[in-house]
Design a binder for this molecule. Structure first.
Ligand code: HEM
Length: 359
């Protein structure tokens, strides 16, 4: 059975034939069940990413109502991921510059050290959950004795600002946000910089976990390509980048019409939401030849999976390096294959396709 809709597709066994059908027959349509426009073609997704009137939050609710008056809400309001207009334009360049201050060698070191610390004491799923945030925390200079608690605080913050958050999650996110802002202030950071510091850890969380899980599965599945990846750090980076394009861990993201507008010739009403299906755009022939083939040796591969336009991911190279360095170290140390087992299911998320693995 094909998935019921584009959000159910995220955790469906075979979403790509469904995505192909949408992309070829109706690259932009209104789904009454989801109450969202759904965009699947590369051209329309790109147009949406660069449209000045399509914003990341509903215009009537820039901060989720449940977070108003909480420290988590204050941090939310200062995240580049969650803002548009003057605030976003003022602070995104600093974020991009901050991301560039780390060399790939810095990131590889942080990822390997995090993996060496976490591998002996966690099962595979908990390991993949902790690795990205702890690698980022190391890059941000979080002291060793605070790495675990910082990772937990970031996870609480992410859960509490999510759409499925219960009252207790919001309470935990609130105290996590306070503690993380104090960490930033102690380093002499202004509130907006302290919020960006949280953003680096928070944004790394679920998508990089999913990228790691897909990479582990693909390395186990294709021995010949895995052997080529094992030959060099660059080979492993190319493998991970192709996993990202092919599996699209971040399957979709959303935009909201700040004013009435036209997208691909269709009229979108003020406040209406648009689901941008990055996973479908990633398999568009207009983006890459033979898009359904997994081929780390592609010349000039292109992916929509890290977004594009003004909200494009500043952590792309960092995320790929965290996963590639971790996989490279674990495989050369003989600690990989016995650790990551077969897939048992998916995490229940509406935007991230994150396999759970047997431990
Ligand atoms: C170390 C890991 C990561 C960091 C530090 C990071 C950081 C960020 C930040 C700060 C943003 C917000 C940019 C803005 O709104 O202007 C962002 C956006 C984004 N990131 Fe990442 N990210 C990481 C990993 C990933 C991974 C692994 C993926 C995909 C598999 C991903 C996909 C995206 C996408 C699609 C967006 C744009 C969302 C949108 O436009 O709606 N990120 N990232």
């Amino acid at each position: 059975m094909p998935p019921e809709h584009a959000i159910a597709a995220v955790t469906h066994d075979e979403p790509f034939p469904y995505y192909r059908g949408l992309r070829e027959e109706r690259p932009l349509f209104f789904d009454g069940k989801l109450n969202l426009w759904v965009a699947t073609g590369h051209a329309v997704v790109t147009e949406a990413f660069t449209h000045p009137k399509l914003w990341v939050r509903p215009p009537a609710e820039p901060v989720p109502k449940a977070l108003l008056g909480t420290a988590a809400g204050e941090v939310f309001a200062q995240l580049v991921r969650m803002t548009d207009g003057a605030f976003h334009a003022a602070h995104k360049p600093a974020m991009e510059q901050a991301a560039r201050r780390w060399t790939l060698a810095d990131v590889a070191r942080a990822s390997t050290q995090a993996a060496q610390d976490l591998r002996p004491r966690l099962g595979a799923n908990a390991f993949m959950a902790a690795l990205p945030v702890q690698a980022m925390a190391r890059l941000l200079g979080v002291p060793a004795e605070l790495l675990d608690v910082t990772g937990e605080q970031v996870a609480h913050f992410v859960r509490g600002i999510g759409p499925a958050a219960a009252a207790q999650d919001i309470e935990q996110a609130d105290s996590a946000a306070r503690a993380l802002m104090v960490q930033g202030a102690t380093l002499g950071l202004a509130p907006v910089q302290a919020a960006s510091r949280i953003a680096f850890m928070q944004q790394s969380l679920d998508a990089t976990w999913a990228l790691m899980a897909h990479t582990a599965l693909m390395l186990g599945q294709d021995q010949a390509l895995a052997a080529t990846a094992d030959e060099s750090a660059d080979g492993m980076r190319r493998f991970v980048a192709e996993v990202e394009r092919h599996a699209s861990p971040t399957q979709n993201t959303r935009r909201f019409a700040a004013q009435p507008l036209e997208l691909a010739g269709r009229a979108i009403g003020e406040g209406q939401g648009v689901l941008l299906v990055l996973a479908a755009a990633n398999r568009d022939e207009a983006l890459n030849p033979q898009p359904d083939r997994f081929d780390p040796a592609r010349t000039q591969p292109r992916s929509m999976g890290f977004g594009s336009g003004r909200h494009g991911c500043p952590g792309t190279a960092i995320a790929i390096e965290i996963v590639a360095a971790c996989a490279g170290w674990m495989r050369s140390a003989g600690q990989f294959s016995s650790y990551f087992g077969a897939q048992t299911g998916f995490r229940t998320l509406g935007n991230i396709r994150c396999p759970l693995l047997q431990e």
